[in-house]
Design a protein around this ligand. Structure first.
Ligand code: 9MR
Length: 865
């Protein structure tokens, strides 16, 4: 999908305009400062016009320059890694808390480069009042930026960080000023039409709602038009009133009654016309494919092939090629161990180059669950996930692509395990990452930092146990040897975690994210669940049933599940993956009750948003929203109740544009979408030669305390309603990062939605009863009865199910059974005759099994040729 640029935020267009105006009247005349009414602005910069040479200014030692005609031109060497490897600056600027300032400068460059302009305190941890990334060209441009100081600083620094470029270049700077008395900057994003819709599309037989932002206190009329402008439906809005989380007064428009299909529908109300949207069944297949294809260019340790991921080809990152120091033999930070591990591979966590076991575990588990759901859910379609379906290099190996992608990460998780014979053997190192934080942009292959293993933790060890256990059962039919290795790693990790149940990650505060997690009862629960599902062993069932999380505590909390709270993952899998846990019904009931609570919150919300009622939006809120939809999807799979399916579909509206910002948080989807997610290599906003993130990349989303984190949020998001605390700026890592865990949530929900599109109209009228008639220690006898519930004969009936873990087929009668991967296909029922209406046909087989009780598959699907 081409990344057509959506509108830039209004403020940024204004700045571009200001700069253009200044150029038109001659670049020496800077853009006029917005001034406070009562006082003349003071310029805090000494010698900003370079009338006195370079008095007041300093540079890093690697720069030389000369002043002529009020312009300071500096030669910048090539070949440095970070922006801060070459700096020109001025110190000692007094800033007053609450006061607004305007930074002005004119700059040009011998070649097009982006630089980093900062007003900061020059002391660790380098708090920032202003961070901007102007792109300089041969033509001098005037830049102006306003900001409000958050604290009194007597010693602020203006710094132009100009390093990290491969080739030498020259910077020319003039007319620098930092003026007091500016108008405070106001975040005024382009929120588009006030009629907010799911910009991707609605299902013909699904819920169709929009949210109108309006002060009107009475219902207003709405009209739905098709692409030709023909009126398709009309009605009246329902007044909702103030929504504090959005900071707006809203109405809800419900056009669910419309079942027509087509592209480019628009909804008009209150004098505004929505962005166009489709009504149809097709939208989510592409979204699911894109969301899962996000992972390949996120891989470490492999060159990304541009033919596979067009526009995203790049050199392998963190292999042992300079300037990378390589992940092939990494030791512990501070000499804490005397071994090295080969931890090449895995996924980069996010926009940084770190690789973290805690977050890697949940991410890969959710991706594997896309596949596992397809095996067991009544609407699941494993064919859509077959070999050759994603943009990855492993086509033709006969393994479903989503499992190939998952294996890339599972192998990394396994490589992070402390080797046998060492202290804490079997534990997993919490994370591995650079010694120091690097700047943006920086291609993975250009990162010169030393990388280290951080100490093992119980949370990481249990992530490894859970993810590797799940991998073991999913890879068993494709690569039994790998499956056995994964299971061994998982069981070793489990034993190590039991022996070391409270080793928590300590963050050294540099070079990587913390992912600290000091409550691991949920990780124990999740790992026990996955190990139980894979092995059937009573040890793990006992652990589950002894856990306080099993019955007493409601794990379906308001925040949904996330990397720090993973018990829900265990519950969902226990409920949906066939198993013989004695009180499995209770777990099923908990999942459904969890979904009921989430759905009730969503139904009461004018955006169909089941999140944030408490007024807080956390870091990565979009993933929390989507993970709640995963629970609704599981409830639909378990009950077949369409309210849950509709809840998932309506819940996607918020992510895809029906929200306070009118923004789709998925790159490439909708009319106005996020595309400047924080990333060191999708850094198009900083360097036009680099791409935006690939289509299907989810942004973290609104974070109501973002301004306590990143400098861009500090500048623009200090006074926002929670739903609006978001900015599509690469510098806002607290609202706008991309991560492997957030895209996993999107992958799960998009794959669920895609499956709903495919199945509804195609299911033939037959019902199936699958019965285990008897079992003995090593085998069982199953009988399958299929009934024609319609009024026409069924020709060529084919049944399909996924064989529960631990079982296989020995021989069958009255039907041909073929097994490929997990899937069993039954054809030639009774020799292939047509099944008459109302008639039942029965066939059977003998299976072999391991020590656990044989259970029926979750679903048997029926199709006709
Ligand atoms: O997603 C993480 C979020 O839950 C935490 O609150 C936040 C601060 O610790 O960190 C987020 O994770 C970041 C990680 O630390 C480093 N890589 C990028 C991650 C996403 O922003």
């Amino acid at each position: 999908m081409p990344l057509s640029a959506p509108d830039r935020p209004l403020w940024s267009r204004r700045l571009a305009l200001a700069a253009a105006t200044a150029l038109a009247v001659g670049f020496a005349a800077a853009a006029p400062a917005a001034q406070a009414q009562d006082e003349e602005p003071t310029d805090l910069i000494t010698n900003g016009d370079f009338a006195d040479g370079t008095t007041g200014w300093w540079t890093t030692a690697n720069l030389t320059g000369a002043v002529a005609d009020g312009q300071w031109c500096v030669d910048v060497p090539g070949g440095t890694a970070n922006p801060w490897d070459a700096i020109v600056g001025q110190d000692g600027l007094p800033l007053v808390a609450g006061e607004s300032y305007e930074l002005q400068f004119t700059a040009s460059a011998s070649s097009d480069v982006s630089v980093r302009a900062l007003v900061q305190r020059p002391v660790d941890p380098w708090p920032t009042a202003l961070e901007e990334f102007p792109i300089l060209t041969a033509e001098p441009q005037a830049f102006t930026y306003t900001f409000t100081a958050g604290a009194d600083w007597s010693d602020a620094q203006l710094a132009f960080q100009i390093g990290r470029h491969a080739d030498p270049w020259q910077l020319c700077l003039s007319e620098v000023a930092l003026l007091t008395g500016a108008e405070p900057p106001v975040y005024d994003p382009d929120t588009g039409p006030r009629v907010r819709v799911n910009q991707v599309g609605y299902f013909p037989d699904g819920p169709k709602r929009a949210t109108l932002v309006t002060e009107a206190t009475e219902p207003v009329p709405w009209q739905l038009h098709d692409a030709a402008g023909t009126l398709v439906a009309d009605g009246e809005s329902a007044v909702h009133g103030d929504d504090p989380a959005a900071g707006e007064s809203v109405h809800v428009i419900d056009f669910s009654g419309v079942t027509a299909v087509g592209e480019d529908y628009t909804l008009t109300a209150d004098g505004e016309t929505s962005y166009p949207f489709a009504i149809g069944r097709d939208a989510y297949g592409a979204l699911a494919t894109d969301a899962m294809s996000f992972y390949y260019p996120q891989r470490s340790g492999i060159a990304i092939d541009d033919a596979i991921a067009p526009g995203y080809g790049r050199e392998a990152g963190h292999v042992d090629v300079a300037p990378n120091q390589g992940d092939g033999a990494v030791t512990c930070y501070g000499g804490a161990c005397d071994y090295t591990l080969d931890v090449t591979g895995g996924w980069y966590d996010a926009g940084d180059h770190g690789k973290y076991v805690v977050n890697g575990g949940i991410s890969v588990a959710q991706l594997m669950s896309v596949y596992e759901r397809a095996l067991h859910a009544p609407t699941g379609d494993p064919d859509r996930l077959a070999d050759g379906t994603l943009r990855i290099p492993e086509h033709g190996d006969g393994v479903p692509d989503v499992l190939d992608e998952a294996r890339w990460e599972v192998e990394f998780l396994m490589a992070m395990q402390v080797p046998e014979g060492e202290e804490l053997a079997g534990m997993a190192h919490h994370k591995m990452h650079d010694e120091n934080w690097t700047g943006l942009p920086l291609m993975p292959s250009d990162d010169p930092e030393a990388r280290f293993l951080e100490p093992p933790s119980t949370a990481a060890t249990l992530n490894l146990a859970a993810a590797a256990a799940q991998a073991a059962r999913l890879f068993e039919p494709y690569d039994p040897e790998f499956a056995a290795q994964a299971l061994e790693a998982a069981e070793t990790a489990w034993a190590a975690a039991l022996a070391n149940p409270a080793i928590y990650a300590v963050d050294r505060g540099a070079g990587g994210g913390p992912y600290g997690d000091n409550k691991v009862t949920d990780e124990f629960y999740w790992a026990a669940a996955e190990l139980f599902l894979t092995t059937g062993s009573q040890t793990y069932a006992d652990h589950l049933q002894d856990s306080e999380l099993h019955v007493e505590e409601d794990v379906f909390t308001a925040g949904g599940f996330w990397w720090g709270e993973v018990a829900q993952l265990g519950k969902i899998d226990l409920a949906t993956v066939p198993n013989a846990l004695s009180d499995r019904d209770a777990v099923v009931a908990q999942v459904v009750a969890g979904a009921d609570a989430y759905l009730a919150e969503q139904d009461a919300n004018p955006w169909d948003l089941g999140y944030g009622a408490a007024g807080t939006f956390d870091w990565g809120s979009n993933s929390a929203v989507l993970n709640r939809l995963v629970v609704l999807g599981a409830a639909f799979d378990l009950t077949g109740d369409l309210r849950y399916r509709d809840g998932v579909l309506a819940g996607l509206d918020y992510i895809l544009g029906r929200n306070a910002l009118g923004n789709s948080y998925v790159t490439g989807y909708g009319s106005h979408f996020s595309q400047n997610q924080h990333s060191r290599w999708y850094a198009n906003q900083l360097d036009p030669n680099l791409p935006n993130p690939p289509a299907g990349t989810l942004s973290g989303g609104p974070n109501s305390v973002a301004s306590t984190w990143d400098p861009v949020a500090q500048r623009w998001l200090t006074d926002c309603a929670p739903q609006r605390c978001y900015i599509d700026d690469i510098g806002s890592w607290a609202t706008n990062e991309l991560t492997v865990n957030w895209n996993a949530s999107l992958s799960q929900v998009a794959a669920f939605a895609a499956d709903q599109a495919a199945t509804v109209e195609t299911a033939p009228s037959c019902s199936v009863e699958y019965r285990i008639n008897g079992q003995w220690p090593s085998g069982f006898n199953a009988q399958v009865a299929v009934t024609n519930t319609g009024d026409a004969p069924l020709e060529g009936v084919t049944l399909r199910w996924s064989m529960p873990t631990g079982q296989s087929i020995t021989h069958s009668w009255s039907a041909d059974l073929a097994r490929e991967g997990h899937l069993v296909t039954a054809t030639e029922l009774g020799g292939g005759y047509a099944l008459k209406p109302g008639r039942t046909f029965t066939f059977g087989f003998i299976g072999s099994k391991d020590a656990r009780s044989a259970v029926s598959p979750a679903t048997v699907t029926c199709s006709v040729n």
